[in-house]
Design a protein around this ligand. Sequence first.
Ligand code: CAA
Length: 296
Amino acid sequence: MKHITVIGAGTMGNGIAHVFAQNGFATTIVDISDTALDKALATIAKNLDRQVAKGSITEEVKAATLNNLTKSTSIADGVKNADLVVEAATENTELKLKIFQELDAHAPAEAILASNTSSISITKIAAVTKRPDKVIGMHFMNPVPVMKLVEVINGYATAASVTETIITLSKQLGKVPCVANDYPGFVANRILMPMINEAIISLHEGVAGVEEIDTIMKLGMAHPMGPLQLADFIGLDVCLSILQVLYDGFGNPKYAPCPLLVNMVTAGKKGVKTDEGFYVYTAGSKELVVSPSFKK
Ligand code: CAA
């Protein structure tokens, strides 16, 4: 593995490109928007500065990381020399299927095609390619440079040798890979999203307020963030779409998204990315302020 291509320059895409480049891989980020690519490279530089300031990397490592990064607005051009492609585009099934058809057409025949999907079926994605044995899930957690886990998801047809390669590679990135099979939500989101949904249902039913729910789960369970703050951090639209995948995939009403979550997403209150969800966010401030909609 020498050349990695990351598809998508959003939060996950730039984090994934950051860790590959920092660990010595020639890394290309592909996005249709040149502005998004420049923003991603600026974010990576800012996060590297933070690591230098903390003393976790040197200025030399920062320079080498930036030197390992290139950008492209063309999938065909960006993947032509790739040993591994990691797709981190928007969580939309039709879009991912279209991207994988393109990756299959333009990436070298022996390249592994991975998806960072948080819940869409790897088997379904693999089925639109002519190399389903080389398609796998490589699910990183946000913030990627900080979080240790890579959830490795075997599709129905993924070859054992491909899984082994991705396990070895994840370790080379300093991550801890854990293998799961391809069922809705895999493991991470099958367990996380019902907890977040239950927190929203508790708020919706008036069991407790935003701060109480988050404080109980933060201090009571030693979680770094309460479930409502975490939902804002992940994106309420992403939480809703994952719950919808669980609900559709299992046909079990226990996964039905809380109507409050549906309303908030419909109203455009998607969490940190829109500056308001359960909390309101002000650039440059770390203070957690509950949204006026939830103030009693
Ligand atoms: N790049 C590099 N370093 C970063 C970073 C980034 N983007 N973001 C944070 N850091 C570093 C900081 O520099 C700091 O480093 P030190 O420990 O060396 O000081 C460390 O991370 C902690 O950061 P902060 O002090 O700024 O803030 P914090 O202590 O409040 O931690 C947090 C922030 C790491 C995000 C923490 O709140 C946390 O772990 N939250 C939960 C995150 C989580 O659950 N993520 C999974 C979401 S689910 C998902 O991603 C998958 C899905 O499918 C939905």
